[in-house]
Design a protein around this ligand. Structure first.
Ligand code: FM0
Length: 330
């Protein structure tokens, strides 16, 4: 009773979510579009019990601090409210990432927790409702409910803001994303803080919103036409625009490190030499390279001239949220 377990995969936005119009409900300023990947996932179990006197949260077998536990607790409150119970819970999450280099994602984590709560409390949520609930944990998590290409419709209320799968004729199966892991000691600005500062202060924020609405249309058209060059071009330019807004924030900040720039230039050079590939970056120094499956080994060979093999990880299209059987405990 009151047990649930689920697995969710991470997603990378091709058209970014960057800015909220409602921080409590996590309603975004703009639509975003992502690709769910198979290489990184989270498995989370939750157990609600009248015997617990507080919520606890373990990540990779380590009990987490008050800040991380509070974030989980606030999410559990939403699930408890839906179920009409007040039991505390124990949450255990395991991140499955090929290396330990900062690729753990709040998207897969909160999406998996959503699925685990749905099962444990027998909420019976539809995919749309799972996406709405996951959004409250972390915006990008609402996209990890689904596999393949996904669009998060920004909406203007809790009810109207959720993600859904973009019909693609399985084109995503021809694509890949290579991660270039950049080791940087610098303490990052979290995506939550970074996007808020940008909304409030960046001189470029209005242009970001104007052009991103167009980029969504361009990306959807490219997916419909299975036009890799068009999808790659809009992905790369949208990511660069997101990062440009941070430079115009007050105070200015950037997620780029010197090696991020080196990676971006390498991708441009590989492309100039005839292999089609495009980069994007999120709220950290790692660079992600969108390419076609058929070109993966040739692109990896080129990237290995600049980066260590351990820095390179290849991912393919991944699936949506999955319920997992709980191990039977005595
Ligand atoms: O994924 O404040 O979901 O569209 O990764 O928890 O709602 O961690 F860096 C860009 C993700 C932001 C773009 O933000 O924020 C994207 C980003 P929260 P998230």
């Amino acid at each position: 009773m009151y047990n649930g377990k689920a697995r969710a995969y991470t997603n990378i936005a091709l058209i970014k979510y960057w800015g909220k119009k409602d921080q409590e409900l996590i309603l975004p300023m703009n639509n975003s579009l992502s690709l769910t990947l198979d290489a990184f996932h989270t498995e989370t179990s939750v157990h609600f019990s009248p015997d617990y006197t507080k919520d606890s949260f373990y990540l990779d077998d380590l009990e987490q601090d008050a800040k991380a536990t509070t974030k989980v607790s606030r999410f559990l409150d939403l699930a408890r409210k839906k179920a009409g119970i007040s039991y505390c819970a124990c949450v255990k999450s395991q991140n499955f990432v090929p290396t330990a280099a900062g690729l753990a994602s709040s998207a897969s984590g909160l999406a998996a927790l959503t699925g685990a709560c749905n099962d444990a409390l027998q909420l019976g949520l539809s995919d749309k409702e799972l996406s709405q609930l996951a959004r409250r944990g972390s915006g990008s998590a609402c996209r990890s409910i689904f596999g393949g290409f996904v669009e998060w419709e920004k909406g203007d209320s809790d009810e109207t803001s959720f993600a859904q799968k973009i019909p693609s004729n399985n084109w995503e199966e021809d694509l890949a994303m290579i991660f270039i892991l950049i080791n940087d000691q610098k303490k990052e600005v979290s995506s939550r803080d970074g996007m808020q500062l940008t909304v409030e202060t960046s001189a470029y924020y209005d242009s970001w919103l104007e052009t991103t609405a167009k980029d969504i249309q361009t990306a959807k058209e490219a997916i419909l036409q299975q036009d890799f060059q068009a999808l790659g071009e809009v992905t790369e330019s949208n990511g660069l625009k997101m990062h440009a807004t941070t430079l115009a924030a007050v105070p200015p900040f950037t997620y780029w490190s010197p090696d991020s720039l080196r990676a971006m230039n390498t991708v441009r050079r590989i492309r100039k030499n005839g292999l089609s590939c495009y980069f994007t970056m999120d709220a950290g120094p790692n660079v992600k390279v969108l390419c076609q499956k058929k070109d993966v080994s040739a692109i990896l060979t080129e990237l290995q001239k600049e980066f260590e093999e351990e820095q390179l990880t290849c991912a393919y299209a991944g699936k949506g949220l999955k319920s997992l059987e709980m191990e039977v405990s005595k």
